[in-house]
Design a protein. Sequence first.
Length: 573
Amino acid sequence: MNQTSATDSAAAPILNTSHAGPAGASAGGPCSAGHLIVRQLEAEGIERIYCVPGESYLDVLDGLHDSPIRTVVCRQEGGAGYMAVAEGRMTGRPGIAMVTRGPGAANVMVAAHTAYQDATPLVIFVGLIPTEVRGREAFQEFDLRAWFGSTAKKVLVLDNPHAAAEMVADALHTAVSGRPGPVVVGLPEETQLVETAGLTVLPRPVAEPGPAPEDLAYIDAAIAQAERPLLVVGGEMWDEEASRAVATWAAGRGLGIVADFRAYDGIDHDAQNFLGALGFGCAPITREVLGAADLQIFLGCARTDVLTNSYENGCAPRQTILINRDPNGHGHYGPLDRLVVSTTKEFGRAVSNLAPIAEALPGWVTEARAEFSAWRVPPAPDESVNPAYVDMDAAFGAIREQLPEDAIITYGAGNHTGWALRYLPVHRFPSALGPRNGSMGFGVPAAVAAGFVHPERKVFSISGDGDFMMNGQEFSTAVTAGLDLTIVINDNSVFGTIVGHQERDYPGRPSGTRLGNPDFAQWARSFGAFGVRVERTEDFAAAFAEALAHPGPAIVHALTDPEVRFTRPAPAD
């Protein structure tokens, strides 16, 4: 793990140089180190930071007062961190979270873990105690490197205030280069106040490697020899051109396409060779085609735990090609015949003009597509469902009909995510935001971030009642900002995923999983937002339409039968 202080950072120029002045010098003149941090974030093209304020980084907050960077004030550090993770996933630029020392840093750790396991660019600024009282168990003191060292790509501390600009440039570059991930930057209280020359540095360029001609030739030769070649797509940093090019290239080579767990919006689901997303709650046919493939080509992702059902499916010796921006192939398990170091976008550009090889999709792909498509059709209302509750299969039929095709869908972790995966196709990147590390409480903050990043699109979030209450306080952030998002809360008054596991392993002995909930519709209205409570399936479609039409935050509180035991395998997250 690379850990260093700002004194070790090279003054090297990340992503956007449009705000940097000649030779990287800013025109603002001398300023404090805290204000210089803000200037460098501006030079990097950062548009928003998500924060919970604290006295340990007051000078940075003061620098943001007159900055064009939007300061999004959140209600809890976990929510702020998740918003920054979602921003990083949608934009390809590091999301920025700012929190205070001790308890604030502890709360944001969940976002660092999500970004680390999900390979999402994130930079967390953490205010620290004054350096002169280090090591005395001062108020809210903690060891930044010990806490975050195993869950971050790099940990930096502003011990040299004159290196503030270089430190920020280094942090943002590290977060997005190679395998993206979180970087944590500590800001001692007094070093932010030291006056500096106020000069920003040029953002550091990020390498965008692409496949060599011999790589493309190797891939084509491997496809020609295979009977059931499969492309597994995932990761982030897609764009419309890459999505279209990869889908066309794969179809022209007779490849089936499946997607990584909660990273399935890189390919338009209307593509006739798209066969579903892997992981918890996936279609049986999707799991089957992975296991039967004699050639697996991973693009933007790797053969990992959840994708393979704990390394049980698709891991037997077979030809494997990994196309990834990470030269180390981080997290890949099992056979690997060729590693192609390339970003998804550059691979898309490289294959965009290649002539097709196959005249039509092979029979196994069209048959799998038909089975997958049938699995995605919401069934007719289940007459066995207690009529006093909402049948969520039927409810998602209404959601599917009413959501626009370019809606952004967010969720956290739990059984409620299965309905979104199964019934809501997506057609462009970014359109689906969920935590690949299985972290509850992600959905509402992610919806808030989506509302900021893409105000022109509808944002829909599905939450379980347990998941919603993890970070439901950020609904207040959405109300304050006037964001247009609609949240459906699936309320069965239990931690449903764990109940499912208990039913399997300890039948008839539920323990520690029962929940008590408020009337979430009244709760939403108490914020001045829209809220509606639905207790019967027949009332859901109209209620959802009303919520979707509301030009601001809205909650649909759907009560589902707490006595229903799960008919589908429970997700393990």
